[in-house]
Ligand binder design. Structure first.
Ligand SMILES: [Fe+2]
Length: 358
């Protein structure tokens, strides 16, 4: 009878590139006419944003240290649990999901993920690793296929894959970054891993592509809302997905980590803040709900509300919320920001599977 450990974390790509990279998007936007003249003038920013911009060197270093320590703590929690498999809900940003096929959700049933090359865009990574360094990680085909099978049989149709489609580096960023960060001290990652891709870009899919397509300077003044793709899965469906996977895993013998990986509101997806700042208010509401064990409320958020709050990727966490219904997490860290692109939450839910209760 299975046992489940819940984990929430980020896969913040800039962490690969060093803290000097954290303001990269903001610097790009300060010279970009997609942002109004008024908001390109820093003196018109909220006080907190001005302060963080002024102290960016020191603050970004602290932001980095807090994330690294949080990853180390989560790694210890995972090692103590000693799982047979780790399933991660993460977003696909025009990696495996491209114009020829855009599924809402895909469970990756690969036996192994070989030759993963996540450092190609990170020549100044914190480990000093060469850009062409590759990693080999194990999948868990038997468990992944059974989860896909059981979801179908429980009236939740889901797509599956047996090998990467387009992902250039063998595994999408949401998963590869997460594993690299959970292995911050480079002792290796041997836990069989099941990536579960979520179509996070939703209505932004065609215009945003890798995430920044809607910020091309030539698009200044155009209404990106006119270029709408069908949405990604709704929070309510993700909540149900998480709940079903918990049920399926607890019927099997393994010890399994169910993990959501994503920063919460993203500045470059938050139109109401002219792409400059994340929706800190909405994140704060979600954080208060989470720390009080009220994450069931997230199922009531609509796709549109999530997207208006720049929470396209936060939806990965709604699947975790469904899996952890009724449990209150231990918060490891909550790192807010203005100009470093996103707020990041780190938490875990004590194992409480059938085996744990007996
Ligand atoms: Fe992402």
């Amino acid at each position: 009878m299975g046992e489940v450990l819940g984990i929430g974390c980020t896969h913040y790509p800039s962490l690969l590139r060093g803290s000097q990279a954290y303001t990269g998007t903001t610097r790009f936007l300060l010279n970009n006419p997609v942002v109004s003249d008024k908001m390109r003038d820093i003196s018109n920013w909220p006080e907190g944003a001005q302060a963080e911009w002024a102290n960016q060197e020191e603050d970004s270093k602290l932001h980095e240290l807090r994330m690294i320590e949080a990853f180390r703590k989560l790694r210890k929690v995972i090692d103590d649990f000693n799982p047979d498999a780790v399933l991660i809900w993460g977003d696909d940003q025009y990696e495996n999901f491209q114009e020829d096929l855009v599924p809402p959700l895909v469970i990756h049933c690969d036996d192994e993920f070989n030759g993963v090359e996540p450092m190609t865009s990170a020549p100044k990574n914190p480990w000093g690793e060469p850009v062409d360094k590759t990693w080999n990680w194990k999948g868990h085909q038997d468990l992944a296929k059974d989860i896909a099978t059981q979801l179908m049989e429980r009236d939740f149709p889901v797509s599956y894959s047996l090998k990467p489609a387009h992902a250039k580096h063998g595994m999408a960023h949401a998963f590869a970054n997460t594993l690299l960060y959970l292995d911050w001290d480079r002792k290796g990652w041997d836990y069989p891993t099941i990536p579960f891709s979520v179509n996070a870009l939703g209505r932004n899919f065609e215009v945003s592509q890798q995430g920044f397509g809607h910020l091309k300077p030539e698009l200044a003044g155009s209404d990106i809302n006119l270029v709408q793709s069908p949405p990604g899965p709704s929070p309510r469906s993700l909540y149900r997905l998480g709940k079903l996977i918990r049920e399926i895993v607890e019927e099997r013998p393994e010890r399994v980590v169910l993990m959501a990986s994503s920063s919460w509101s993203h500045s470059f997806l938050t139109q109401k803040n002219e792409w400059l700042f994340p929706d800190r208010e909405t994140d704060q509401i979600h954080f208060n709900q989470l720390k009080n064990g009220q994450q069931h409320l997230w199922a009531d958020v609509t796709n549109l509300e999530a997207e208006q709050a720049g929470g396209h990727e936060w939806k990965n966490w709604v699947a975790l919320a469904g899996a952890m219904e009724g449990q209150t997490p231990t918060i490891v860290e909550y790192v807010e920001s203005w100009v470093f692109n996103s707020d990041k939450c780190f938490c875990y839910f004590e194992p409480a599977g059938v085996a744990a209760a007996t």
